[in-house]
Design a protein around this ligand. Structure first.
Ligand code: UDP
Length: 342
C-alpha cells in the first residue's frame, strides 16, 4: 500500500489533504505538534484504519529516527508551519525555524525513503509584489526585518533548500506557492480575514477592516487546492523537469490560487449580505505592518502543466464556510470568543 506522510496534517489544509489521501486508499502518517493544528480536525479519522498520528514538533524530529519508526514513505507533504499572521507573529523565532528545520527534515526523509515530496510554500514569497498578477518568475519584494519576515523569509529559505536538494541529491521535490485559502476547519481564532469576518457577522459584531479595505486578495476554496496537490504529485519527474526548464524556472514551483481578486471591503460586504444576523457596522483599524497591497496569482503554468484551474467561486465557497462556522458557533465559538488584535 502506498504510504504518505503529512507534516502539519492536523491543520486546516492538512486535514483536508489527509482525508483526500485516505479516500484514495493511502496509509497516512500525520506529524503535528498541534501548535496551530487541532486534533479535533482529524479525530474522526483516527482509529478508522489507515491513519497514524504522531504528536511531535518538527523542529525536534530526527529524520533517521522517524524513518526507522514510521518509514519508508512513497509521498511526503510538508505543510508544517503556522500560516496566519496572528499565529506566526506570536512566535516569530519558532516560525522561521519551523520553516527551515521542517523542510530539512522532510527533504532528508524524502532522500532516505526515495519519496516524492510536495513542499507547501506561499504567495508571501512575493512580499508586497511589484508585478501584478504574480508569476512564478517574480523574485519578490520582501522586507528582511519586518514583522512578516519570520514567515516570508523562512519560506523563501525553505524554497532555496528544496531547490538545492533537487540539484544536489536528486530528491523528487515539487513546490506549491499557495495563495489565500479558506474553507471549513479554518481556526475561528487564527485572525485571518475570512474566518474573522464570518465569525464576527454570525455573532452580530462589527466587521473589523484593517486599513481602508482597498487592499486586495484572491481567495481559493480549499478543495481546489487539494485537487492541485493531487494532480501535481501524479506528474512524473521527467515531465516536470522538461516543463519548468522550458519556462525558465530553475526548479519545480507552481502558483496555486483563485484568479478572482477582491478588495477586503468587497469581501466584508459579501459576508454581510450572506448572514442575516450580521451587524452592518464596519470598525476600521490600523493596517498591520508590511501588509501587501495587492495579490493575485498568475496560474497559467498550473493550467498548462496540470490542466488545473480553481473552480469554486468565492460566493459558493463562502456559503459552505459560513455553514461550517454556523455549526461551530452553535457548539463552541462562545468559548473562544476572542478578537485578535495585531
Ligand atoms: N484583514 C482585515 N480584517 C481582519 C483580518 C484581516 O481587514 O479582521 C486584512 C489584512 O490586513 C489583510 C487581508 O485582510 O490585508 C488578508 O489578511 P489575512 O490575515 O487573512 O491574510 P494575509 O495578510 O496573509 O494575506
Amino acid at each position: 500500500m502506498s504510504r504518505a506522510l503529512v507534516t502539519g496534517g492536523a491543520g486546516f489544509i492538512g486535514s483536508h489533504l489527509v482525508r483526500r489521501l485516505l479516500s484514495r486508499g493511502r496509509e497516512v502518517v500525520v506529524l503535528d505538534n498541534l501548535y496551530t493544528g487541532s486534533y479535533e480536525n482529524i479525530e474522526e479519522l483516527d482509529g478508522a484504519g489507515g491513519l497514524t498520528f504522531v504528536k511531535q514538533d518538527i523542529c525536534e524530529a530526527d529524520a533517521n529516527a522517524f524513518f526507522k519508526a514510521y518509514g519508508p514513505f512513497n509521498e511526503i507533504y510538508n505543510l508544517a508551519c503556522p500560516a496566519s499572521p496572528v499565529h506566526y507573529q506570536a512566535q516569530p523565532l519558532g516560525t522561521a525555524l519551523t520553516s527551515i528545520k521542517g523542510v530539512l527534515f522532510s527533504l532528508e526523509l524524502a532522500r532516505l525513503s526515495s519519496a516524492r515530496l510536495l513542499h507547501a510554500s506561499t504567495s508571501e514569497v512575493y512580499g508586497d509584489p511589484l508585478t501584478h498578477p504574480q508569476k512564478e518568475t517574480d523574485w519578490g519584494n520582501v522586507n528582511t526585518i519586518g514583522v512578516r519576515s519570520c514567515y516570508d523569509e523562512g519560506k523563501r529559505v525553505a524554497e532555496t533548500l528544496v531547490a538545492d536538494y533537487v540539484r544536489a541529491h536528486g530528491v523528487d521535490a515539487r513546490m506549491v506557492r499557495i495563495f489565500n485559502t479558506y474553507g471549513p476547519r479554518m481556526d475561528a481564532c487564527d485572525g485571518r480575514v475570512v474566518s474573522n469576518f464570518i465569525v464576527q457577522a454570525l455573532q452580530g459584531k462589527p466587521i473589523t477592516i484593517y486599513g481602508d479595505g482597498s487592499q486586495t486578495r484572491s481567495f481559493q476554496y480549499v478543495d481546489d487546492l487539494v485537487d492541485a496537490f493531487e494532480l501535481y504529485m501524479a506528474k512524473d519527474t521527467a515531465t516536470l523537469d522538461g516543463f519548468f526548464a522550458r519556462h525558465n524556472l530553475e526548479t519545480r514551483v507552481l502558483n496555486i490560487g483563485n484568479q478572482g481578486e477582491f478588495t477586503i471591503g468587497e469581501l466584508a460586504q459579501m459576508v454581510i449580505a450572506k448572514i442575516p444576523e450580521a451587524n452592518k457596522d464596519i470598525l476600521f483599524k490600523p493596517l498591520p505592518g508590511n501588509d501587501p497591497r495587492r495579490r493575485r496569482p498568475d496560474t497559467t503554468l498550473a493550467r498548462e502543466l496540470l490542466g488545473w484551474q480553481a473552480k469554486i467561486p468565492l460566493d459558493t465557497g463562502l456559503e459552505r464556510t459560513i455553514e461550517y462556522f454556523r455549526g461551530k458557533c452553535a457548539a463552541n465559538i462562545s468559548n473562544s470568543n476572542k478578537e485578535h488584535k495585531r
